[in-house]
Design a protein. Sequence first.
Length: 77
Amino acid sequence: MSTDDQEGSSLDRVTINLVPRASRALAEVMALTKDSKTDCVNRALPVYAYIEKMLARGGSVTVQEGPDAEPYKLVIF
């Protein structure tokens, strides 16, 4: 467990309204991982923060959909 995971022992309760696209993505991730909504959001936000920090520093994210597929730059909008 990293230091970030141990920083706070209190919970931060948040209520969110998801647009349809985000709601479908959440349902898809839940089906793939068998995790709860809370677990999926808790896992997604640090990944998103990491990507945003990297992009802010001029970096980029490249993805490859399969071993023989061409890699391409991920664009977040």
